[in-house]
Design a protein around this ligand. Structure first.
Ligand code: SAM
Length: 234
């Protein structure tokens, strides 16, 4: 896995901030031991703080893996809150289902199985928080749906946005095979940093986390919703 910070800093951050207790802590340790790409501990702690402040009712996650981050986020939901989490990789989802049952969260976390590109357009109800932690090259394609599904005051949190720090280098100094993703991530970061509906901060922990707060609806979103409504009416 890529990290923006060096090993000394990573060890420090993971030591000073205690690991999670109970079944959640077991799921975290097992995933780390099995090299499952869950959020690094310092990013998990950052999520804990954000969600303690936000106390969401509905969360959408793109990228379930073995359901560590969804189990973590469920701890901060309002009563009767829910999480919908999308993943397309059945091998991971088998363990995700087991972990959700171990946590007793079957009524709280719903897995939406399939490619996020196919599932996102089908979602209609708004979410207070969207956590995007999937194929980085697709983030720009998923962004319009995230904006559509977030109300004003909603949070979009995006993991793995700094490509191990190489995003700060020129395209030609990264290995050829990484250039497409370098370009796509760069465009995504530019878009969320300049979007009129978003207040955005890019934070160099883990492999980089983008935090976007939706401050207003944009004319385009309202128009798109209007068009969809008209089409549905016909
Ligand atoms: C980094 S892991 C998610 C880790 C998880 N959020 C956690 O911290 O516990 C990324 C997951 O996204 C899934 N994924 C990647 N691209 C996807 C897509 N286009 N649609 C659905 N799932 C996708 C992968 O199968 C993988 O399980």
């Amino acid at each position: 896995m890529n990290y923006v910070t060096d090993d000394t800093m990573n060890t420090f951050l993971r030591t000073i901030q205690p690991m999670y207790d109970g079944v959640l802590g077991e799921i975290q340790k097992e995933a780390i031991a099995a090299d499952v790409p869950i959020v690094p501990h310092e990013v998990a702690r950052f999520l804990s703080v954000l969600l303690s402040m936000k106390k969401p009712k509905r969360i959408l996650e793109i990228g379930t893996a073995v359901a560590f981050s969804s189990s973590l986020m469920s701890q901060y939901l309002q009563e009767d809150g829910c999480i919908h989490t999308i993943d397309r990789f059945e091998v991971m989802l088998k363990d995700a289902r087991k972990n959700i049952a171990r946590m007793g969260l079957e009524d709280t976390i719903t897995i939406l199985e399939g490619d996020a590109a196919d599932i996102l357009p089908t979602l209609k109800e708004p979410y207070d928080v969207i956590f995007m932690d999937a194929a980085k090259g697709q983030y720009s394609n998923f962004l319009p749906h995230c904006l559509r599904l977030l109300p004003v005051g909603g949070l979009l949190i995006v993991d793995d946005v700094l490509q191990g720090g190489t995003i700060a280098q020129t395209r030609f100094s990264v290995p050829r095979r990484q250039r497409t993703i370098h370009k796509r991530l760069g465009t995504f970061l530019w878009d969320i940093s300049h979007h009129e509906a978003l207040e955005t901060s890019i934070i160099p922990i883990g492999d980089g986390v983008a935090l976007c707060y939706k401050i207003k609806e944009t004319a385009m979103e309202v128009e798109v919703e209007g068009v969809e409504q008209n089409e549905e009416d016909q």
